[in-house]
Design a protein around this ligand. Structure first.
Ligand SMILES: O=C(O)CCC(=O)C(=O)O
Ligand SMILES: [Fe+2]
Length: 392
């Protein structure tokens, strides 16, 4: 990859003329005449039979920014409430690079507006996911292995036996994490190591695009059984600033408040705040740190009433660790009427069983059409009416 110094990277540079995307090499012209002007030529895109389109590699100026300047700050630990264990990088990626990465991913990734039906008792409801989504990865029982040097040569094998997976193993065609997101995955794993966190071994990358303040994710926790106990979820924000809310789960005799549909399904069966995603009504005041003690049985349980609001800017990253997911709900609430820039969120996770793979593709790719960002229309445009082999 073409390397440039950090100084050169942050200096305004003359934008070189755009080259056709297909050119497979890249170079930096560095002579006294050109004064280190970087000519960006892209590496060949990531191909796979499961992809609806080839997925471009990062432009070298973004790659350089990521390589040389992340983490941009040391994380702040947020663990001042029961069961809460967060690392907040503010930012993790320097803002100029994060903004470039935002535009690149919005332009290059396939996106979906997933619709699904949710059943509660006898009642079936059709849910329109209130944001754009896409997903890559496979659970730990399968592994993508490079067979040869061909562009389409990653094959999916059983992790244990290294034999091809049975055709019936998945109700979807798992997609390998493309190079442009795999760079981030590795860096975020390194950030965990630097913070003394056990290697999360991320094998999934979920992407949300919130086009405006109308798009949202309702209160939920990412504590599906297919993620194993105490899952580590890293969540990266790019583009427009949005509020990230967290609140402690209420005590429910017999277990969690379980998922009904309100468009927060990055995976099924998370714990949720109830239909409508407006949250569980609690008695008491929502003032700083007040504890509401409920006594469902013989043992009183203290429920912290303080809701947390973190404003997430471009490049910020939150790593949610330990008991956070089993005890806290999080959301990106709607901001109707406010002019908000589009925002991309990327979460890295580790799924441990095939059910996780089926679930993530079902709720983040689905069976509807594939959309791409259109720079002229400035919106997502339908490109492919039906998803080929994406879910069963
Ligand atoms: O957009 C965000 O910051 C949150 C996304 C999220 O919670 C999820 O995808 O599970
Ligand atoms: Fe989440």
């Amino acid at each position: 990859m073409a390397k440039r110094t950090l100084d050169a990277f942050f200096k305004p540079s003359t934008t070189p003329p755009k080259r056709p995307k297909t050119e497979p090499t890249e170079s930096t012209i560095s002579t006294p005449e050109t004064n280190n002007i970087s000519i960006e030529e892209t590496k060949p895109p990531s191909h796979h039979s499961s992809y609806p389109i080839p997925i471009a590699q990062l432009p070298s100026h973004v790659e350089v920014g990521l390589e040389h300047a992340t983490p941009a700050t040391s994380p702040r630990e947020i663990n001042n409430q029961p069961h809460l264990d967060l690392l907040h990088f503010q930012p993790y990626i320097p803002r100029p690079t994060a903004n470039e990465l935002f535009k690149f991913l919005r332009r290059e990734l396939p996106f979906y507006r997933v619709q699904y039906t949710a059943r509660r008792g006898d009642v079936e409801t059709q849910i329109n996911t209130p944001r754009w989504t896409t997903v890559f990865g496979v659970d730990e029982t399968s592994t993508f292995i490079q067979q040869d040097n061909g562009p389409n040569s990653l094959v999916l094998l059983e992790t244990k036996t290294k034999t091809p997976i049975p055709k019936t193993k998945y109700q979807c065609s798992p997609r390998p994490i493309p190079a442009c997101l795999d760079v981030l995955r590795k860096q975020v794993e390194a950030a965990n190591a630097a913070a003394g966190t056990q290697n999360p071994g991320y094998n999934f990358c979920l992407v949300n695009y919130y086009a405006s303040g109308e798009d949202s994710i309702a209160f939920h926790s990412d504590d599906e059984r297919f993620l194993g106990p105490d899952p580590n979820i890293a969540s990266l924000s790019l583009g427009g600033e949005r509020d990230f809310l967290m609140k402690h789960k209420p005590f429910v005799p017999g277990g969690n408040v379980n998922g009904t549909a309100d468009g927060c399904m990055s995976g099924a069966a998370h714990s949720m705040s109830g239909p409508g995603g407006t949250g569980v009504t609690r008695s008491g005041t929502l003032s700083g740190g007040t504890l509401n003690t409920v006594s469902p049985g013989s043992r009183p349980v203290a429920v912290p009433l303080q809701q947390i609001k973190i404003s997430l800017g471009s490049g910020d990253m939150i790593i949610m660790r330990g008991a956070t997911q089993s005890n806290w709900l999080h959301s990106i609430p709607k901001r109707k009427g406010q002019t908000t820039r589009g925002r991309i969120n990327i979460t890295f996770r580790r799924a441990v069983i095939p059910g996780g793979t089926n679930n993530y593709y079902h709720y983040n790719v689905g069976t509807g059409g594939m959309y791409r960002w259109d720079e002229v229309a400035r919106e997502m445009v339908l490109r492919d009416g039906k998803v080929k082999n994406a879910t069963g």
